[in-house]
Write a protein that binds this ligand. Structure first.
Ligand code: ADP
Ligand code: MG
Length: 719
């Protein structure tokens, strides 16, 4: 796939220049220097030859077939050249020229035109504003970057040309092998999704790394990523903020959900490993391309200094790795061969005066232990340390055992010869032990992802029609929100438990209902215009008797008249007081890139301050739901601390999955908050105490007649 770019048989450079320093010169030179074996056609009407190759006056003038055309020409000539390429039968075009979407609306319009001409001829287009691409296996270097990496198994895509050159330079310095290198530029046509699809099948690509500033089609991206991440690791740095944060929100979920949360969720759910920084990206590239994945999470550490060993141990815990417990025989072996002051338990401390022989014993014993999946070897350069000999034995033993081995030879000048040996022996070395352990953490994450069974989203029998009617009648009422009472109707249709409630139109009626429901009760104002009821003093909880109910009824109405004199009030609801359980919040929000996203967190008034919430893109699988609950920091409060009984986690899982189904059924829903969802003790379920919902009436309004009335209005009219 995309063979016209990565393995063309003939390449034309339109705008091949005779002057060194020009893009049209650099790219031609790179193609020649890369050892490209196909035909090369420089195009320049003013020259007979460039860099020793015969020049053509135009693409048209070339007699043979042209697979790929690289455009290094002024912006004004791009459109007509693309058309000319189309007539010539060119299949791929790289537009190096800048000055398109990135400079403003006029550039964007031109970019669109260029794309539409390309599409017309069935041409795939890379860029504009691209640095070009490199394939080390073909080989071809159709870029104007300086230098070409050695052949390897990493493929890199980047939305930033500058980062391309930086990574390339680093690859040259580290002698790190790459398979493909591509600068996406403005992504008018070829984008990250196309490349994931192509590289999933590419036998030369074993590790995919990328730098992206934005992802166009979130759902398609997730699908493409899922298809590749089970086979090869995909590591991404995602930078840049989108405008998503500035959209108007009316829910807690909306205000807590930024595009960052969406990207994190999307990456997690499609097995993409997110690098936190470019440095992290480097670290992980080396780890994934040099070493096999660990079979499991049991880590051994060998060190000649205590401190770095502790740092590594701490990081292991953060990464969800376990420190291996050695077999008896391993400990005996270590005790017999190491000095008496050495620590023979994990982390093995061979002590500062260790020469390579002690390292050999320790590394060998650790790798031989069946309870060890991975090893980190730490070395600090002390007076007796045999740096090169130690590096050599680490390489030798890592090959012999085939387990994951990473190193941290700390320091600079003195360890450099050792670092070189490690690199040549495919043992990644990190300046600091925590980086080595963090890289191992990502490798273990990949292992878990590969082994995680593929799940289908769950489906419950629900009363979809009932929910639809509620939305339709609100839409007919020219509303785009459902308050507590109506939203609860939607929830019950989807199998949620809600408190018993009755709508009162007078204090006497409220007292009557309170008696029926049983004390204590809660009174709440019901108005289509009041979505945040407490804000106007519209909620009174813990009412114990008739008198309190009567008073609360009048108080609520008085407050509402004062704070929102124009609001239409449908009545005051008398609600069963749900006293047991912990308050959680679950919600739904629509992300512009990824669509519906669910949120979970501990509820109450501190949600927005603590931001202790988790997100997943819908549809949710069972394990997505479980993970998003256990992921929050305050999870121990739900699992039970200090003798408290655990809450009904399964009821939260159930609620999340049902909400996910609601989101899939009604793409119109833009935001939904259940706050609080009161979760009782294990086995006792959860109650959706309060809910509000916002939706876009797309496709709903046509379905009602002019007299569409919400069930609530019917109830109000009838009373
Ligand atoms: P709003 O969010 O519109 O202000 P709520 O219905 O959520 O109104 O009520 C505010 C708070 O009152 C809730 O977060 C909850 O702590 C408490 N509360 C409301 N209804 C009940 C109920 N039926 N049982 C127990 N607590 C309740
Ligand atoms: Mg509430």
């Amino acid at each position: 796939m995309l063979g016209q770019f990565f393995s063309p048989k003939s390449v034309a450079v339109v705008g091949a220049a005779r002057e060194p320093g020009k893009v049209g010169y650099g790219v031609l030179q790179n193609i020649i220097d890369s050892g490209f074996k196909g035909r090369i056609y420089p195009i320049n009407p003013k020259a007979d030859a460039v860099l020793g190759l015969q020049c053509y006056s135009s693409i048209k003038a070339v007699r043979g077939k042209v697979d790929l055309a690289v455009l290094a020409i002024p912006r004004a000539a791009v459109l007509s050249t693309v058309a000319e390429c189309g007539r010539k039968g060119v299949q791929g075009i790289i537009v190096l020229t800048a000055g398109f979407r990135e400079v403003g609306p006029e550039g964007a319009a031109l970019e669109k035109e260029v794309l539409s001409v390309a599409r017309q001829y069935g041409i795939r287009l890379l860029g504009p504003n691209s640095l070009g691409l490199i394939d080390t296996h073909t080989p071809v270097n159709a870029s104007f970057a300086a230098g070409m990496p050695v052949r390897g198994e990493i493929s890199f895509m980047s939305q930033s040309g500058a980062l391309c050159t930086a990574i390339l330079d680093w690859a040259l310095k580290e002698d790190l092998g790459f398979a493909k290198f591509i600068s996406l530029g403005n992504k008018a046509d070829v984008d990250e999704i196309n490349l994931l699809d192509a590289w999933a099948e590419d036998p030369h690509t074993r590790v995919i790394i990328s730098y992206l500033e934005g992802i166009g089609e979130g759902r398609k991206f997730m699908q493409a990523a899922r298809a590749v991440t089970k086979k090869k690791p995909v590591v991404m740095v995602k930078s840049g903020v989108t405008a998503a944060g500035s959209r108007a929100v009316s829910s807690h979920t909306g205000s807590l959900a930024g595009s960052e949360s969406a990207y994190n969720a999307a990456f997690k759910q499609s097995g993409v490993i997110r690098a936190r920084s470019v440095e992290d990206l480097f670290n992980l590239s080396v780890a994934f391309s040099f070493q096999p994945l660990p079979r499991d999470s049991r880590l051994a550490i060998v060190t000649n200094a205590g401190g770095p060993g502790i740092i590594a141990t701490d990081e292991a815990e953060r990464q969800g790795l376990r420190l291996a417990t050695f077999a008896r025989s391993t400990i005996d072996k270590l005790r017999a061969s190491l000095t008496s002051t050495a620590n023979v338990y994990n982390p093995i401390d061979v002590i500062g005066d260790a020469r390579s022989d002690r390292y050999r014993v320790a590394v060998d014993a650790a790798l031989a232990d069946p309870g060890v999946d991975a090893l980190v070897v730490i070395l600090t350069p002390q007076a007796m340390t045999e740096i090169e000999a130690t590096a050599n034995l680490v390489v030798e033993l890592s090959r012999q055992y085939g387990k994951t081995v990473l190193a941290s030879f700390m320091g600079g000048v003195r360890v450099e010869p050792g670092v070189r040996i490690l690199r040549e022996g495919s043992v990644p070395n990190y300046e600091f032990p925590e980086e080595a352990v963090a890289s191992l953490g990502a490798m273990y994450e990949q292992r878990r992802w590969i082994e995680k069974p593929v799940e289908q989203p769950m489906s419950f029998p629900v009363r979809k029609e009932q929910a639809r009617r509620l939305l339709v009648s609100a839409a007919a009422d020219k509303r785009q929100t459902l308050g507590d009472v109506e939203a609860r109707g939607v929830l019950t249709a989807y199998g949620f438990k809600v408190p018993t409630a009755m709508l009162a139109r007078s204090a006497e009626q409220a007292i009557g209902f309170a008696k029926q429901i049983g004390y204590p009760v809660v009174l709440k104002v019901v108005s289509p215009e009041i979505l945040h009821k407490s804000d106007v003093g519209g909620v009174v909880v813990g009412l114990q008797n008739d008198e309190e109910v009567g008073d609360a009824y009048e108080t609520i109405l008085a407050r509402v008249r004062r704070f929102m004199p124009k609001a239409v009030v449908w009545g005051v609801e008398v609600q069963e007081m749900v006293t047991s359980g912990k308050e959680t919040i679950i919600g739904l929000v629509k992300d512009p890139q990824f669509g519906h996203m669910l949120m979970f967190g501990l509820g109450g008034i501190y949600v927005e301050v603590l931001k202790d919430v988790s997100f997943r893109i819908t549809p949710l699988t069972l394990s997505d739901a479980r993970e998003m609950i256990s992921q929050i920091r305050s999870y121990p409060l739900l699992a039970g601390v200090r003798g408290e009984k655990p809450v009904d986690i399964d009821a939260i899982v159930d609620a999340l999955l049902r909400l996910s189904q609601l989101a899939e059924d009604f793409p119109q829903i833009s935001e939904l908050d259940i706050n609080p969802l009161r979760v009782r003790e294990r086995g006792q379920g959860a109650v959706a105490v309060d809910c509000r919902l916002a939706f876009a009436p797309d496709g709903l309004v046509e379905q009602v007649g002019a007299s569409g009335r919400s069930p609530l209005q019917e109830q109000v009219a009838a009373s």
